[in-house]
Design a protein around this ligand. Structure first.
Ligand code: PGA
Length: 256
């Protein structure tokens, strides 16, 4: 019997104006707003956090951001801090997404600072790790994932680690329609749980949710979610419409 509640998180990326985002959030609340068997989070762009937060108010759906800057305030043009996110009732934040790593040059050390800042401000990080296609073909998947995970979690205490969420997102599967096979995904998820055991403790590792991300869709979700170490999904494309996102949440409910 697992201690972990399944979790489906929608990463809306750079999509939707505040009014479009609020409309989608309202649709989700109408169908999912009272569900408690699984956790549901939506991560709109910064500009829509306030409107989506209002739409989610009183429901069980939680609000996440897609990024955060490690500093609290200051001369960091274009950035948003953890206290600013908290002021909008944001409870979660995606950190280290592969698009941030590859398109915006984020390093493991910078991602580590973001994880620490999020935890310090009572924001739960959804820490993304994953290998590129070239790295997989070289056979270095586990090594890459280990390096990213260990670097991002430097200085995180055992107590803090229990609140962490990890997302394994093979870069070659993101937005490409190519999904990792269940065996490929389970292998890495099991490996991550083993690393968490070594870094913190078995009791902590058994609590941390490890999400799969990369072309998760209603058609492949059930099989992925049935794996022992796959505790949910971080969903891009299929989270942009209520119908497919609700189907994913229902798949998670059925997998409980
Ligand atoms: P995708 O994106 O579901 O569109 O592949 C997942 C993600 O990048 O978080």
């Amino acid at each position: 019997m697992t201690l972990r509640k399944k979790l489906i998180a929608g990463n809306w990326k750079m999509n939707k104006t505040p009014s479009d985002a609020a409309a989608l959030a309202a649709e989700l609340v109408a169908t999912l707003g009272k569900r408690t068997e699984v956790d549901v989070i939506v991560c709109p762009p910064f500009t829509a956090l306030e409107a989506v937060g209002r739409a989610l108010d009183g429901s069980t759906v939680k609000l996440g951001a897609q990024n955060v800057h490690p500093e609290t305030s200051g001369a960091f043009t274009g950035e948003i801090s953890a206290p600013m996110l908290r002021a909008l009732f944001t409870t979660h934040v995606i950190v280290g997404h592969s698009e941030r790593r590859t398109l915006f040059g984020e390093t493991d050390a910078f991602i580590n600072q973001k994880v620490l800042a999020a935890l310090k401000n009572q924001l739960r990080p959804i820490l993304c790790v994953g290998e590129s296609l070239a790295e997989r073909e070289l056979g270095s998947t586990l090594k890459v994932v280990q390096t990213q995970l260990e670097a991002a979690l430097q200085g995180v205490s055992r107590e803090q680690a229990a609140g962490l969420i990890v997302a394994y997102e093979p870069v070659w599967a993101i937005g490409t329609g190519k999904v990792a096979t269940t065996d490929q995904a389970q292998e890495v998820h099991g490996f991550i749980r083993g690393l968490l055991t070594k870094l913190f403790a078995e009791t902590v590792a058994q609590r941390v949710r490890i999400l799969y991300g990369g072309s998760m869709k209603p058609a492949n979700a059930a099989e992925l979610l049935a794996q022992k170490d796959i505790d949910g999904g971080l969903v891009g494309g299929a989270s942009l419409e209520a119908r497919s996102f609700v189907e994913l949440v229902n798949a998670a409910i059925a997998a409980v």
